[in-house]
Design a protein around this ligand. Sequence first.
Ligand SMILES: N[C@H](CCC[C@H](N)C(=O)O)C(=O)O
Length: 296
Amino acid sequence: MNGLGNKILVVDMRGRTDTVTPQAAIALNADPATQFDQIMAIHDPKAEGTDAWIDILNSDGSKAQACGNGTRCVVQALAAETGRKAFTFQTVAGILNAAEHEDGSISVDMGKPVFAWNRIPLSEEFFDTSRIELQIGPIDAPVLHSPSAMSMGNPHAIFWVDKDPMAFDLERFGPLLENHPMFPEKANITLAQVTSKGSLRTRTWERGAGLTLACGSAACAAAVSAARTGRTGRRVEIDVASSSIRQPLVIEWRDDDHVIMTGPAEWEWSGKVDPATGCFNRDLEPENHGQGAQAN
Ligand SMILES: N[C@H](CCC[C@H](N)C(=O)O)C(=O)O
């Protein structure tokens, strides 16, 4: 599946006690036929009142605490399977409520943003993490500087740019910043251009996945950071510059501090996958539209 182009493998692990291994993730990503950005593994629920435990792996095999685009794909797959429209998931980042709307768009309550330096986490103490001292490029003429830092369950740095985010050499700067000592758990790196008081244009280098076509939790982090620094209001339309899918993500940072993300999801193909090794085969004919890959 994809969430605004973000390549998502939704793997049904319900009824099983094993998990998708980092090795399987790396093997699946190494094959062009199954190259992905994140795996959303659906497991039987652990907590009362939840529909599933969602285990999230990046394409480098590392774990992610949140995945907005991937969560919308899980909602679409489960809604197609069950006919239900609203779900409650448990992830490392906490409990997420999500629902598919009549028009097919999907809203996810991504929880509350975290601003404290030591919970993002950052390796240096900053009283105000809405603008931290971090720059890249020549000392006297930095290419990127003074980002806003925060967590959506996963760490984010938002660099403000005054021209198209596509004009930057993010392939070069991304890994330097992702792995910068400032971020003890690494970070997702986003370039954000304010295009109005209610809209942003973004591009993200993802922790553990690199340049992706879209990143939902980064869109949430950009919207919250823009509102937090007075650049926009608390409801923002995000034009994800790198995505070929010309639909905005709508992010609302509600007065109760919850961040609600609304956007599309799309099924691409289904198949069977070995969660230990990553061996897979595609269904010749799509069995059930909206179904993720079935573990075998
Ligand atoms: N693409 C995902 C983000 C995955 C985050 C992952 N890169 C990490 O934090 O390690 C999204 O739509 O939110």
